[in-house]
Write a protein that binds this ligand. Structure first.
Ligand code: IPE
Ligand code: IPE
Ligand code: MG
Length: 253
């Protein structure tokens, strides 16, 4: 199996529709609070947004959609909220997997699974196995994921795989051990909820990703809000280190 090259090594081919979109789904708690509802009501509602976004991405032929569902730091939240989120994740997997499969969607989970309960681990494995050969959208759920965790586990695997190469490893060596090795680097990053930070999401992979931040809260992030993000992406000039002139006259670049 081949793997994708680093954006810092080879200039990726950039299209009008991003091949890979990565999203920090933020603002559920505030959405609920605004309505005098418990925070978890926002998480529940947020699942609806996931459903509509997945559908839309499949429709416009985005190839990879990566959603940050639970960070390695989210364990710091109150226990009731954490267990509600785990339960919601389990329910959503059980309810949606058949439909994902019907729609030719491949589901992959990235993150450290060792902290999940047995039932959840089994359910994830089942969903991944069922959909593994699907050729439509690849939907990645980042759960108990952290960008630093990802880089560390990749570096450890890389070193173990070829100890003799110590001191001479290349970017490509790391990239193939990252948990997202099956996907090109994201073209577009979206964060809803108004915060302008990465919060330990894909640290290595976002090197040349176009960043888009919106105040829209995740449960309100509808097709129209998504269309705005795509429009913003389409107005960017992705130079990857080159000059604007080089892009306009690619023949003498
Ligand atoms: C994002 O919404 C969902 C998760 C982190 C699981 P939040 O729960 O962070 O919502 P806010 O930021 O408190 O509004
Ligand atoms: C980031 O959101 C993680 C997810 C959306 C899963 P947070 O709401 O946890 O981020 P911080 O803590 O405000 O940076
Ligand atoms: Mg938040």
């Amino acid at each position: 199996m081949g793997f994708f090259s680093s954006s810092t090594q080879t200039i990726p081919i950039a299209g009008d529709i991003p091949t890979h979109i990565a999203v920090i789904m933020d603002g559920n708690g505030r959405w609920a609070r605004k309505r005098f509802l418990p925070r978890v009501a926002g998480h529940k509602r947020g699942v609806e947004t996931v459903r509509t976004l997945v559908k839309k991405c499949a429709e416009i032929q985005v190839k990879y959609l990566t959603l940050f569902a639970f960070s390695s730091e989210n364990w710091r939240r109150p226990e009731e909220e954490v267990s509600f989120l785990m339960g919601l994740f389990m329910d959503a997997l059980q309810r949606e997997v058949a439909k994902l499969h019907e729609n030719n969607i491949r589901l992959i989970l990235i993150g450290d699974r060792s902290k999940f309960g047995d039932a959840l681990v089994k359910q994830i494995a089942h969903a991944e196995q069922l959909t593994t050969k699907n050729t439509g959208l690849t939907l990645t759920i980042a759960a108990n994921y952290g960008g630093r965790w990802d880089m560390l586990q990749a570096m450890n695997k890389m070193q173990l795989s070829n100890p003799a190469k110590a001191g001479k490893f290349q970017e490509q060596d790391i990239a193939q051990y990252l948990s997202t090795q099956y996907a090109p680097e994201p073209d577009l990053f979206i964060r809803t909820g108004g915060e302008t930070r990465i919060s330990n999401f894909l640290l290595w992979q976002l090197a040349y990703t176009e960043l888009y931040f919106t105040d829209v809260l995740w449960p309100d992030f509808d097709d129209q809000a998504f269309a705005k993000a795509i429009q913003s992406f389409q107005q960017r000039e992705r130079r990857f280190g080159r000059t604007s002139e080089q892009l306009k006259a690619p023949s003498d670049a």
